[in-house]
Write a protein of this length. Structure first.
Length: 78
């Protein structure tokens, strides 16, 4: 997979997650982006080896919520 293709897929998933954060919490776009882009889930999302970029935004958002709830990424196989 090319770097451009990976970046596009990551951007699509990330935009869904950011939108969900905004909808659920009411924070600004900037706050939602900062929170997600500084998460362990986002770090894994950008790692082509995990394959997380191919999952739905909803799935990735659930992982993000679990990370926030437990203070760490719970699903360690990604």
């Amino acid at each position: 997979m090319s770097e451009d293709t990976l970046r596009t897929m990551v951007d699509l998933v990330a935009s869904d997650v950011v939108a969900a954060i905004i909808e659920d919490t009411g924070v600004s776009v900037q706050e939602a982006m900062k929170a997600f882009y500084n998460s362990e889930v986002f770090e894994r999302l950008t790692d082509a080896g995990t394959g997380l970029y191919s999952q739905s935004g909803g799935y990735v958002y659930e992982l993000y919520k679990d990370e926030k709830k437990y203070g760490r990424l719970v699903q360690t196989e990604i």
